[in-house]
Design a protein around this ligand. Structure first.
Ligand SMILES: Cc1ncc(COP(=O)(O)O)c(C=O)c1O
Length: 394
């Protein structure tokens, strides 16, 4: 008779057969899987047979999320990652080599600037910032060494939009790959692959998770492109985690409902703020005053534009800081896409990597406040944000 510990370890490792299919995908909280032979393990590690070997490579809960996201983005394949940035890193390194170049929007999530400055430059990869709201500027910037054009469906934080289909046409004529960060739109509002993009990236931390309780990312595209990016992610250790994948799956079930509410509340709040004292300008793609409003109507589901607003207050940085201190319903926190309304100051948080001159080139000002409209009652949000924006003494 084996000893107690031997029996305990064996007994506690037996996963029961579950004849009835569970309504929710189980969390396969295991780092490794028992195999029958060395040959089987070797094939699993090369993705040459179905199944799982080690959770840095794959895991059934990850697979469930990958299949769900692939279906919702209209992609052949998906690989999920530890964070949005792990997904961005995987896509860039799988398409651009040392000595080559990628084009990024001037108004881009600051994490991309951080990646370019802290990681890519060490690999000899150059990022060139271009005004991607103008397809001709993109065409002019493509050189012999350009391998990748990076776009955001709706830019963080300015809400500027690029014409994905037009840029894809230009890029493909020159043999350049187009990847789109679809985090702000989510797969419910836009499917960039259907517009011709080669790869899509999500930070599932945001709308897909939807509750500010996970960190994750996803890469979507053709099987070959996703496999190339997966090779980078696996080898660099940017793998997802089963609990995060489970929570992202749960988030997907209510994504459409949440995006509709985020979108309608954001438009209502944007319009109220635009007319409020102390506010210079509000940007949200569903507003008729937005520079890419017609593009938003064409490319986003029923013209809904999600929950992100860029708010410029009269009084610059000081007014921005006062706005954040005055919030009672909204929360001063970085991140976005959550049930809570999250407000932040990009110049000192998500875009702190940018100098004032770089901020200005991207259409940002140091006083701009980014608002991620949550799921609270819209009238409470309007009252809170209008009061927070009011000039002192009013
Ligand atoms: C548009 C966009 N892409 C990517 C990321 C990076 O995602 P993560 O924080 O999950 O790495 C963020 C994070 O704020 C983002 O806003």
């Amino acid at each position: 008779m084996p000893g107690f510990s031997t029996r305990a370890i064996r007994a506690a490792s037996k996963a029961p057969a579950a004849p009835q299919v569970p309504i929710n995908v189980p969390i396969y909280q295991t780092s490794t899987f028992e195999v029958g032979s060395a040959q089987e393990l070797a094939e699993l590690l090369e993705f040459a047979r179905p199944g799982h070997s080690y959770s840095r490579y794959s895991n059934p809960t990850h697979q469930a999320l990958e299949e769900a996201l692939a279906e919702l983005e209209g992609a052949e394949a998906c690989h999920i990652t530890a964070s949005g940035m792990a997904a961005v890193h995987g896509v860039v390194l799988s398409t651009v080599r040392s000595g080559e170049q990628l084009i990024v929007p001037r108004a881009v999530y600051g994490g991309m600037v951080g990646l370019a400055n802290a990681v890519l430059d060490r690999s000899g990869i150059t990022a060139v910032a271009v005004d991607t709201t103008n397809p001709e500027s993109v065409a002019d910037a493509i050189g012999d060494q350009t391998r990748l054009i990076w776009l955001e469906t709706i830019s963080n934080p300015t809400t500027a939009m690029a014409d994905i289909a037009a840029i894809v046409e230009i890029a493909h004529r020159r043999g350049v790959v187009v990847a789109v960060d679809n985090t702000f739109a989510s797969p419910y509002l836009c499917n960039p692959l259907a517009l011709g993009a080669d790869l899509v990236v999500h930070s599932t931390t945001k709308y897909i998770g939807g509750h500010s309780d996970i960190t994750g990312g996803a890469i979507l595209g053709s099987a070959a492109r996703v496999a190339a990016a997966r090779k980078i992610v696996i080898n660099a250790g940017g793998n997802a985690a089963p609990l995060e994948a489970f929570l992202a799956l749960r988030g997907l079930k209510t994504l459409a409902l949440r995006m509709e509410r985020h979108s309608s509340s954001a438009l209502a709040v944007a319009e109220a703020l635009q007319a409020a004292p102390g506010v210079e300008r509000v940007r949200h793609p569903a507003m008729s005053t937005h520079p890419q409003h017609a593009l938003a109507q064409r490319t986003l589901r029923r013209g809904m534009a999600g929950g992100m607003l860029a708010l410029e207050l009269a009084g610059g940085r000081q007014a921005g800081e006062r706005f954040l201190e005055r919030l009672r319903v909204g929360v001063h926190a970085t991140s976005l896409g959550s049930a809570e309304t999250l407000c932040s100051h990009p110049a000192s948080s998500s875009h702190r990597q940018l100098s004032d001159a770089e901020l200005a080139l991207g259409g940002l000002t140091s006083g701009m406040v980014r608002v991620s409209i949550g799921l609270e009652d819209p009238e409470d949000l309007i009252a809170d944000l209008v009061a927070a924006a009011a000039p002192t003494g009013s």
